[in-house]
Design a protein around this ligand. Structure first.
Ligand SMILES: CC(C)(COP(=O)(O)OP(=O)(O)OC[C@H]1O[C@@H](n2cnc3c(N)ncnc32)[C@H](O)[C@@H]1OP(=O)(O)O)[C@@H](O)C(=O)NCCC(=O)NCCS
Length: 441
């Protein structure tokens, strides 16, 4: 992987030079202003960090280095016989800003398969020590934390390392970690749902095909779904909980394993990545409660009202930044239209899409009534037989590694400092409102 590493370093050096000049010339310019409501309400809309790998537009959705998902489905290399982009390609793009060739991507597949060999036995033992009913995300994070023994950065930092070399070690740690995540994820799946068993990587297969094979779902349709899934979930700019947590923890010079594991604990929250399991659980419960596999629009509307009246959110709908249907939802809908248009669960997801937005809109308080990425994924997985919905967030997590670790390589290469925003107390706020001098005036 020396070629990719050298390319990354040349891009990073060039940008570091530009950033130095930007800060020197324009460092005192103001970007927006912060309103009191924003600091009480989750810092929405406050621009507070630089994150190079992708950018989210409220109307158009995510762009990876300027490319929309629909374009990337055509522009990124596919596997021989495959119809969806290989996620190796989106990692290459996020890391370098350049679209990879088929050969670049093939090299990455081969490299990751080689790095995934011989995952230390204690990683599996750590997972095995957990009760079987432990949530798959917890098992996954425990596996990642156990793998932290392999961090090159942790060892080199303890021995003493020049800060100029941090980026190189972060690159190596990130590549090793990404390579082994499908192994940990597959082990958790087999342990929890298939009575256990060993997992091993086939050096001839790409990252997604290896994962699909390890969990025992190696039909071409599912493998292609994994390639699409791992591509579209990879990144969503820097402010979302998993990306921001990884970035924040990484800013303390925590290594790739510690930082990514922290991000995954955020992804495991129901308002973030866990929403993908919540969606399918909510649909299954609705079907059960209505006694119908394919409820009508009226029945769905009544069930939505029931959910809202119980003080719960409708999972898979709404977003902190997006104000339109998530293009990641659309990409999955297109996949379903192509391969499973008559699947009853898929049709129910589409019926929910017709029914939910006007109801949420009518409440007048929800800023985005449209579906997000999590509203569709469970129906696709269920179509191929994967109904174990508690596992779905692990799939999201495997994919998210590509974005957050590419971003961490950039943070190290650009020498980003410790992140430390200011907080205040409501006492401060009340004093400030009365015109009393406060610490931030
Ligand atoms: C994603 C989410 C957390 C964004 O939160 P947000 O930025 O605070 O969203 P809003 O500003 O639109 O929220 C305003 C109000 O609408 C509510 N709301 C937002 N989405 C809702 C939904 N899908 N169902 C019911 N209520 C919702 C909020 O809970 C909030 O209510 P409150 O004022 O009583 O506290 C929120 O839309 C949500 O909980 N969605 C469901 C979970 C989900 O799908 N998460 C995955 C996101 S990719």
């Amino acid at each position: 992987m020396e070629k990719l590493k050298t390319l990354f370093k040349s891009k990073a050096d060039a940008l570091a030079g530009e950033i130095k000049d930007i800060i020197k010339e324009h460092g005192t310019k103001k970007i927006g202003e912060v309103q009191l409501a924003q600091i009480y309400q989750g810092m929405r809309g406050i621009t507070g960090m630089v994150y190079e790998t992708s950018l989210l537009d409220a109307q158009d959705g995510i762009r990876f280095r300027g490319h929309a998902i629909a374009d990337l489905q055509k522009k990124l290399p596919h596997a021989d016989g495959g119809h969806e982009p290989l996620p190796e390609g989106i990692f290459y793009l996020m890391l370098t800003g350049e679209l990879p060739t088929k050969a670049d991507v093939a090299e990455l597949s081969k490299d990751w398969a080689a790095r995934a060999q011989n995952t230390p036995a204690h990683v599996f033992k750590a997972i095995d020590a957990l009760p079987i009913n432990t949530h798959p995300m917890t098992q996954y994070v425990v596996g990642v934390m156990a793998l932290q023994t392999e961090s090159i950065f942790a060892k080199k930092y303890a021995a003493g390392v020049n800060k100029k070399d941090y980026w190189s070690i972060m690159f190596d740690d990130s590549m090793n970690l990404i390579a082994r995540l499908p192994v940990i994820a597959a082990y958790v799946y087999k342990r929890k749902y298939k009575g256990g068993g060993t997992v091993s990587v086939d050096p001839a297969l790409d990252w997604s095909a290896n994962f699909a094979k390890m969990i025992g779902y190696d039909k071409p349709g599912f493998t292609d779904l994994m390639r699409l899934y791992f591509t579209i979930h990879a990144d969503h700019e820097g402010g979302n909980v998993s990306a921001h947590t990884t970035h924040l923890v990484g800013s303390a010079l925590s290594d790739a394993y510690l930082s990514y594991a922290a991000g995954m604990n955020g992804l495991a929250g129901p308002l973030h990545g866990l929403a993908n399991q919540e969606v399918i659980k909510w649909i299954f419960e609705m079907q059960k409660s209505l006694g119908s596999e394919q409820p009508t629009g009226e029945q769905i509307a009544a069930y939505v009202q029931k959910t809202l009246s119980e003080g719960k959110v409708v999972p898979g709908y709404g977003h902190a930044v997006l104000r339109k249907t998530d293009p990641r939802f659309t990409a999955q809908q297109e996949f379903a239209k192509k391969y499973m248009p008559n699947d009853p669960l898929v049709q129910t997801v589409w019926k929910i899409y017709e029914t939910v937005p006007p109801i949420l809109q009518s409440l007048g308080k929800i800023k985005n009534p449209w579906p997000n990425v999590d509203a569709h994924s469970g129906a696709l997985l269920t179509h191929y037989g994967m109904k174990d919905y508690e596992y779905y967030t692990v799939l999201f997590g495997v994919s998210r590694a590509l974005g957050v670790l590419a971003a961490l390589c950039w943070s190290r290469a650009l020498g980003f400092p410790l992140e430390r925003p200011k907080s205040v107390t409501t006492e401060n706020v009340k004093a400030w409102l009365k015109g009393v001098d406060t610490i931030w005036d």
